[in-house]
Design a protein around this ligand. Structure first.
Ligand code: 5AD
Ligand code: SF4
Length: 441
């Protein structure tokens, strides 16, 4: 059909896992000699790395595809990747003009799919091979100060509203040695902080060099010993996989940051059961008590769904009460939306849209209040900020506190430096810091 694409642009939607996948796809194409186009309008190849969690996900993909058409009627080569490709790739290829459809477990084949599509035919790969794609990916050569490292993929939990077990497949842990190698490569390439990623990251399990079975805490302890690495984070966790070992790591692993994203979804036991969450409200709260016992300052984060089918006012009030009891530092909240093929899509008792809107507003107001309180309580603390990028003002740099708050400060420090700061003021979404000047000897 056409000359092979010389430049590409990856547009990633959704979770951090997609960001990671997007980076790895970009590395693959760079290795093929293609260059990065900062703007989709200038790229020969555009990869839409889609997310199936977002509302009306598939329609949005069609409109994204439509927007790639250019004024002269031409369009770039289009590859649809990610979870929508996995779930509905064949349908998309039937309805829209796309060249490549590639699922999240098959994107190591992207270069050959692009070559196949170059001959004019649609190239589809949505296989979920038992062997991992990771073995087929090249070592990491470039990294900013913060990097993602996918350690685990997939989910066996089958929450009744969720597509992930269908789009990402069963829980698979990457092997220890591959992860340690990738972590070392990331640090050599400039990473000071690594966030371990997985749909159920705390279900990670593997064998260390000595053949001992390890959980995520074992992996974190090994990464703690990596010279040059300053910070370790992980996300997203399931309450039921929160082992005592992992909790203990929050108490004594210095590089493990005091932040835990632990979705609860609802504060009502009836709704949790209907969601097949396999934990109760009380079990969740007791778990958080155990985490706070070893790390009292930990920043807690969560995910919530309002308006699950059948959710009553009283059940929603249970969620608000749970929020009050926890005091989240940060959280994500969503209106329930049915996903085709999931059990809840057929559940009775849809919650009317206006009720759903009202509940989301109430929940978000409560979460914002707690986020502001958490940030305000940090004022006066002396801490370290990892500098990630330049700010808008002269001399201003932006970075993150250990509790994942955005902090801006005036400093001569460079991107990737850890700076000692006093947190001096708090806004709703960020804090301002003042660099501590080392006392003269
Ligand atoms: N409707 C609304 N929110 C959902 N999530 C997952 N599936 C749905 C759905 N069908 C939310 C959950 C999950 C987060 C990643 O997205 O809160 O934790
Ligand atoms: Fe989806 Fe539940 Fe698995 Fe999270 S634990 S990915 S919400 S099925």
């Amino acid at each position: 059909m056409s000359t092979p694409p010389k430049s590409f642009h990856v547009k990633s939607f959704g979770c951090q896992m997609n960001v990671y996948d997007g980076e790895r796809m970009a590395e693959l194409m760079t290795a093929q000699g293609m260059t990065v186009a900062t703007d989709a309008a200038e790229a020969d190849l555009v990869v839409l790395n889609t997310c199936h969690i977002r509302e009306r996900a598939t329609e949005k993909v069609y409109s994204d595809i439509g927007r790639l058409r250019r004024e002269d009627g031409s369009r770039p080569m289009i590859a649809v990747a990610g979870c929508v490709a996995q779930a509905e790739g064949a349908e998309i290829a039937r309805r829209a003009k796309v060249d490549v459809v590639v699922g999240p477990q098959a994107y190591h084949n992207l270069p050959s799919l692009v070559a196949e599509a170059g001959s004019g035919q649609l190239a589809i790969d949505t296989d979920m091979p038992p062997e991992s794609k990771f073995g087929a990916l090249a070592p990491r050569r470039r990294s900013g100060p913060t990097a993602f490292l996918t350690v685990q993929e997939g989910c066996d939990k089958f929450c009744t509203y969720c597509v992930v077990p269908y789009t990402r497949g069963a829980e698979v842990s990457r092997p220890w040695a591959a992860l340690m190698d990738e972590a070392r490569a990331l640090v050599d390439a400039g990473a000071r902080e690594i966030t371990l990623l997985g749909q159920n990251v705390n279900a990670w399990t593997g064998e260390d060099e000595a053949g001992r079975t390890q959980g995520l805490d074992g992996l974190i302890r090994a990464l703690d010993r990596l010279p040059g690495l300053a910070r370790i984070r992980y996300t997203t966790s399931h309450p039921n996989d929160m082992t005592q070992g992992l909790i203990d790591a929050h108490g004594d692993v210095e590089k493990l940051m005091p932040y835990l994203h632990l979705p609860v979804q609802s504060g009502s036991d009836r709704v949790l059961k209907a969601m097949n969450r396999s934990h109760t409200r009380d079990g969740y709260l007791r778990l958080l008590d155990r985490v706070r016992a070893v790390r009292p300052d930990i920043a807690l984060s969560g995910d919530f769904i309002v308006g699950f089918p059948g959710e009553t006012d009283a059940e929603f009030a249970d969620t608000l009460r749970l929020v009050d009891a926890v005091g989240y530092a940060q959280a994500f909240s969503f209106k329930y939306s049915p996903r085709p093929g999931t059990p809840a899509a057929d559940y009775a008792g849809p919650v009317p849209a206006d009720v759903m809107d009202d509940r989301l507003q109430q929940l978000q107001a409560a979460l914002l209040r707690d986020q502001q309180a958490f940030n305000a309580a940090a004022v006066g603390r002396a801490t370290q900020v990892l500098i990630e990028r330049r700010g808008k003002l002269p001399g201003q740099m932006l970075g993150k506190s250990p509790w994942l708050q955005s902090v801006h400060l005036i400093t001569d420090a460079r991107i990737g430096d850890l700076v000692e700061v006093d947190l001096v003021a708090a806004g709703p979404v960020s804090l301002s810091g003042r660099e501590r000047v080392a006392a003269a000897a």
